[in-house]
Design a protein around this ligand. Structure first.
Ligand SMILES: [Zn+2]
Ligand SMILES: [Zn+2]
Length: 276
């Protein structure tokens, strides 16, 4: 399985995954031209994508889904509420190849499964994704609100993870953001801090993780060095930690199938996206 971050942050998100001969994009928050160019950098053709999945309606994830569909022929996988929300905030235009899914549903592509995990972010039907092939799993967990019930169990079953590490609490506290925005970011429907992400990884028993890639870093309230340092402090130096850039395409990250597998996808507790 191969993964490339095309960009991640409040200025736009998109991730590429290739597995078992199939290619997917997760989120369309950057322009079509930029996505095409960044995939071409790694010799990938954006017209060969088998499915575009949208995590939630916020513009930095959804704004170009209509363009990706019309320009590159992508089938679009989205929930009804996310589509409605995205239409409200963007000029999406006509989408002819729509595949509506429900939060929590698994979508099958032969021997590849895409699990959708409901998250408590402040957009209706917000989901995270787990991409599975032969009991190998990548999580794309961004804009997840807080460390909700079930998050650690999901982390424990992953071989690699792209996880939100949005802000440093001290930088956010001192920042120029108005108080309402500070509350929104750090609130239950906002974003994970560096510490939230590191603690969730540390306490989940995710012993099979081959690497973690920190994503959706704030430009104002975080910096890559600090995000990595916070994770290193809790997790030690053994786990490779990457950072998804706000400004550029990342390297090709891979899951090594020779490493031990985490076993079947069996969640004791079905994530609801809520903390009771
Ligand atoms: Zn976002
Ligand atoms: Zn969001």
């Amino acid at each position: 399985m191969e993964v490339i971050s095309l960009q991640s942050g409040s200025n736009g998100n998109s991730f590429y995954v290739k597995v078992a001969g199939k290619q997917f994009l997760f989120d369309a928050g950057i322009s079509g031209a930029l996505a095409e160019k960044r995939l071409a950098h790694h010799n990938r053709n954006i017209r060969e994508i088998d499915g575009l999945f949208i995590s939630h309606s916020h513009r930095d994830h959804s704004k170009s889904m209509g363009i990706f569909h019309r320009k590159f022929g992508h089938p679009v996988f989205v929930t009804e509420k996310t589509l409605l929300g995205a239409r409200r905030d963007n000029k999406l235009g006509v989408i002819n190849d729509l595949h509506l899914f429900h939060c929590g549903e698994t979508i099958d592509f032969g021997d590849v499964q895409i699990h959708t995990i409901p998250t408590p972010h402040d957009a209706d039907d917000s989901v995270a994704f787990v991409i599975e092939h032969h009991e190998r799993r990548l999580g794309i967990l961004t804009d997840i609100g807080h460390a909700f019930d079930g998050l650690r169990e999901v982390l424990r079953l992953l071989d690699a993870v792209i996880i939100e590490s949005n802000y440093d609490p001290e930088m956010l506290r001192k920042s120029r953001y108005p108080i309402w925005l500070k509350r929104r970011v750090s609130g239950d429907g906002g974003h994970l801090s560096n510490d939230d992400s590191a603690i969730a990884l540390k306490t989940s028993g995710a012993d099979n993780l081959q690497w973690a890639c920190l994503c959706h870093l704030s430009a104002e309230n975080n910096c890559p060095e600090l995000a990595v340092e916070t994770h290193r402090r809790l997790l030690g130096n053994d786990l490779p930690i990457h950072v998804a850039s706000r400004y550029d395409v990342g390297a090709v990250l891979t899951i090594d199938y020779n490493q031990p597998s985490t076993g079947p996808w069996q969640l004791e507790q079905r994530p609801t996206g809520k903390t009771l």
